[in-house]
Ligand binder design. Sequence first.
Ligand code: UD1
Length: 418
Amino acid sequence: MATFLVRNSNPLQGSIRINGSKNAALPILAASILAENGQVVLSSIPDLTDVRFLCEILQGIGCTVAMHADGKVTVDASRITNHITPYDLASRMRGSFLVMGPMLARMGICRISLPGGCPIGSRPVDLHMKGLRALGAKVTQGYGYIEVRAKKLIGNKIYLDFPSVGATENILMAAVRAAGETVIENAAVEPEVVDLANFLCAMGADITGAGTDSITIQGVSALHGAQHTVIPDRIEAGSFMAAAAITRGHITLSHVLPAHVSPVSAKLREMGVDVREEADQITLDATRKFHAVDIKTLPFPGFPTDMQAQLMALLSLTEGTSIIVETIFENRFMHAPELQRMGAHIKVEGRTAVIEGVRSLSGAPVRATDLRAGAALVLAGLAAKGDTEISDIHHIERGYADFAGRLRSLGADIHRID
Ligand code: UD1
């Protein structure tokens, strides 16, 4: 099993180009299923295990998928045949569940295993089901599978009890082919939802209001192939910013949309880190002393839950007491005990973590319990004294392409050991 060996590093310096967004690429790849004719040509698709899994799922249902070295992926979904997604692939990653909406819309049926992915809380799919049922789908469950089927989808008004990103995306991808009008209320407003809606419109869909909490969809009779470039990954960007901050470095990110990263930039600024934004660039200077802050995770444009672990690592080494409240997932502090092994002072009670900044951390063997928790341990390792050996890095590789190599390009001492 591969591990990361991380050693105390000099302040990170230099510049790095941010990759395309994982969380935008996954629903957009799933939406390719809707193209009855013509090719889908996607650019800026990150080279991640989650993306590869999803491409294999698309191939499993009859799509022709080609992945090119430059982040270009082509999908031909004109001859899909199979409504059953490969069980083991789909059960491994939560993002796989996003094929349900488009498969239902295209084939009238989809059978898929209950989703896997990061073990952060129970992560139910009731809101996805509520939405698809409202469009006329019948949902059955058995032998580890969920099956949805509908002869015809009919537009409806759907209120989400929580603005779930995945449920909004799944319902959107089904509603584009439903007869008449669908309105999703209390919809997720995340930039990845907007990117998906833009792609669906390029395929011929009629969607208004994406990026607000009320999305209106007028169903169309068919969608076709289209070209699309995926937005930059705001979480990868935020992770590199946190990595620079924890090493007291000075770096520039390019190919980034500052408005998408602003909840993270604002928090770092509040800590006293110098963050400067230009059109598609962010420069971060963490060479001056900074201080503790409180964080509450919220749906966009609040502070992203996907950056909570990385900021906990940073706050562990920041003078003063910080409080983090996690409101999105109920079990997303699994990095806390691992950071404690490295000498961090963190007390967790329910959804709240209290962090007393310490002067130094020390390296230890630690385990990446999920994707962002793993990233947090990498950051802690860069600033800790001695060696940090991180196991279960397959979690990290689900969301960061060549994390070690990219950090090394900024001067970090990190190696992947096979
Ligand atoms: C997506 C992101 C993930 C991010 C999360 C929140 C992808 C592939 N993943 O995950 O990185 O951390 O948004 O920004 O885009 N919920 C329900 N019922 C449902 C669906 C969700 O109760 O049917 C709950 C979840 O358990 C969780 C909350 O809603 O507590 C948010 O989940 P959701 O927004 O759906 O996250 P994902 O789409 O799974």
